[in-house]
Ligand binder design. Structure first.
Ligand SMILES: [Mg+2]
Length: 291
């Protein structure tokens, strides 16, 4: 049982909780729980001081960042094009597909034309040989990145093999947890787009150090996130405050599906998202709904 602590000492609390929990594991549900506590403390600190969390990080480096609509797996060109059309109407200029069929990606590219950026995330669908084959076929589809090409997704050696063999930028990182994990992943030299998830890595306190690591390795920080509300807001504060922040992921569910919170998709201008309004990580409660 930990004694009552001063909630303003976020860095110290993170380390105390980390030391307390480390022997039980530095990944998975423990780190996700620590992430929730850490993000709540940052939000509380900002709200107490009446400033956005980004201000506590030295202020935003970017006034806006491009955001992409992250579609769930739809397994149908028609559905992907229909949902992309809705996302473009909302203001997005880029979409991420969770599709593993290269021909489908090609048909989506043909349907969208050359002006919309497309990312392809296969969530570790392939073994290294098949990932290389798929990557080579994707080279002609004009995609922004090929995400988590191999299973297991943390097989850094295999990610390096894919990157060496294909002429497409690789994105990964959403299944890494510790600073040491990210150092090992980046040490492969295979990653151009780094995708830590702020609700897995332990929150904003370690995120600050991962920002520095991304800067050191000269890669683009693109926070991974597939929820609306607090985790997206925290990701926006992080990305906008990071010198190498590059893309913000915003989930885009089909018209008939909603997250339980009911929090709306942020407004975009010219395909870009700005800092949420309000102190802390900003407000995520709308019309009496709770998050
Ligand atoms: Mg992904």
């Amino acid at each position: 049982m930990l004694p009552v602590q001063d909630a303003d000492r976020v860095e110290q609390l993170w380390h105390e909780l980390w030391d307390f929990s480390y022997r039980y594991g530095d990944q998975g549900i423990l780190m996700m729980a620590l992430s929730g506590l850490d993000l709540a403390l940052w939000d509380l600190l900002g709200k107490r001081l009446g400033v956005p969390v980004a201000q506590l990080l030295g202020g935003p480096v970017h006034s806006k960042l491009p955001a992409y609509a992250s579609l769930p797996p739809l397994r149908s060109v028609e559905r992907v094009l229909a949902e992309t059309d809705r996302a473009l109407t909302h203001g997005f200029h880029a979409v991420k597909l969770h599709e593993v069929d290269v021909e489908m990606v090609r048909m989506v590219r043909d349907g969208l034309g050359p002006d919309i950026e497309i990312m392809v995330d296969v969530n570790g669908h392939f073994d290294p040989v098949d990932a290389i084959a798929a990557g080579r076929e994707l080279e002609s589809c004009d995609i922004t990145w090929f995400e988590e090409p191999v299973r297991p997704m943390r097989d850094h050696h295999a990610i390096g093999r894919v990157n060496d063999a294909v002429d497409i930028d690789i994105a990964a990182g959403e299944n890494e947890y510790t600073l040491q994990d990210f150092n090992r992943l980046l040490g492969t030299g295979a990653i151009r787009y780094l995708q830590p998830e702020i609700t897995k890595i332990g929150g904003l306190t370690p995120a600050k150090r991962i920002s520095a690591l991304a800067e050191l390795y000269n890669v683009a920080l693109c926070p991974h996130n597939f929820r609306l509300g607090p985790s997206l807001n925290a990701s926006i504060h992080w990305g906008l405050s990071c010198p190498v922040g590059r893309w913000i992921e915003i989930p885009w569910l089909p018209q008939d599906r909603h997250f339980p919170t009911g929090v709306p998709v942020p407004e975009l201008k010219d395909g870009k998202v700005a800092l949420p309004e309000g102190a802390g990580f900003g407000e995520t409660v709308k019309d009496g709904q709770t998050d």
